[in-house]
Design a protein around this ligand. Structure first.
Ligand SMILES: C[S@@+](CC[C@H](N)C(=O)[O-])C[C@H]1O[C@@H](n2cnc3c(N)ncnc32)[C@H](O)[C@@H]1O
Length: 275
């Protein structure tokens, strides 16, 4: 239990799942029911942003769920780099081409969603940016034609979205401290809106000797725990859906990998509300 400076008592309902399919279904139902609540309350399209969207395939299920429930929505997909972003977008386009009318793709740094980007990191792995491209060059490249909405140099004002969502939107940030991105998320979220993100962290290290210093440091970062406490200072905690499992990596262990074969990993969906 935690308390905030509004004096309200706040509790987070925690549940644990053993089955990945059930966990995912629960996550999806939670997202769709939050959107439904907002849609019925406001009687207008629900504005949703997916942060650090990358190759995300869950958006296909989210869009199907929103359509199944007849919820009007505007869905903004946002990422700092178009390389992985294009994979997620192309998959969504293939799965549900009709949904594209409700979807806008935006190049944005989650750590600063006020300032339009002028240079774009073109990374393709999970390391550091390989090359910086001026935004005009990115937009001219036919591979990134899906970003045409970026020509308006987007910037998100305060209280823009009814829902902030993401799969690992904070743990995967490599341009700055994710606390900055959380602050930005809270700024662009409207009162009454939901913040629903998933994150993971290593709970127990399987084997210290298979790691180098970088991977050890990565594995010891308690990302979920830290993100939860940062969020609790700004939003009302509602629920967390967790899964604890043994990570199975079939390929040879890469000593730079933060999560390795045999590690016990916690994967959590965190639900918060802005009041
Ligand atoms: C591991 S993926 C995140 C997972 C992804 N949401 C999914 O479901 O597959 C990492 C993504 O985070 C993006 N990213 C990293 N730093 C970012 C930042 N500061 N702002 C926005 N996106 C960022 C990368 O470009 C990449 O597409």
């Amino acid at each position: 239990m935690a308390s905030n400076n509004t004096g309200l008592e706040r509790t987070m309902d925690e549940s644990y799942f053993k089955d990945e399919k059930e966990h995912k279904e629960h996550h999806l139902n939670r997202l769709v029911s939050a959107a439904k609540e907002i849609f019925e309350r406001n009687k207008r399209a629900v504005r949703i942003v997916d942060l650090a969207t990358g190759p995300n395939s869950f958006n296909i299920d989210i869009v199907d769920g929103l359509e199944r429930e007849d919820i009007d929505y505007e869905f903004v997909l946002s990422d700092i780099s178009p390389v992985h972003f294009s994979i997620g977008y192309e998959n969504l386009k293939k799965a549900n081409p009709k949904a594209l009318k409700n979807i806008r793709c935006v190049l944005m740094d989650s750590c600063d969603m006020k300032t339009p980007l002028t240079e774009i990191p073109m990374w393709s792995g999970n390391g550091h940016p390989k090359e910086m491209w001026p935004i005009a060059k990115v937009l001219k490249d036919p591979k990134y034609a899906f970003l045409k909405t970026c020509t308006e140099r987007p910037s998100f004002s305060d209280d823009t979205f009814d829902m902030i969502i993401g799969q690992l939107p904070y743990g995967s940030i490599n341009t700055g401290p994710y606390q900055r991105a959380i602050k930005e998320s809270v700024r662009i979220l409207r009162s009454g809106g939901y913040h629903i993100v998933s994150e993971f962290q290593v709970e127990i290290l399987a084997n210290v000797s298979t790691r180098n210093d970088r991977s050890l440091a990565g594995a010891k970062r308690r990302v979920v725990t830290d993100i939860m406490s940062t969020l609790e200072n700004m939003l009302v905690p509602i629920e967390s859906y967790n899964m604890v499992y043994k990570y199975k990596e079939s390929v040879t262990i890469d000593p730079t990998q933060a999560i390795q074969n045999g590690d016990i990993v916690r994967y959590s969906v965190l639900v918060h509300k802005k009041i």
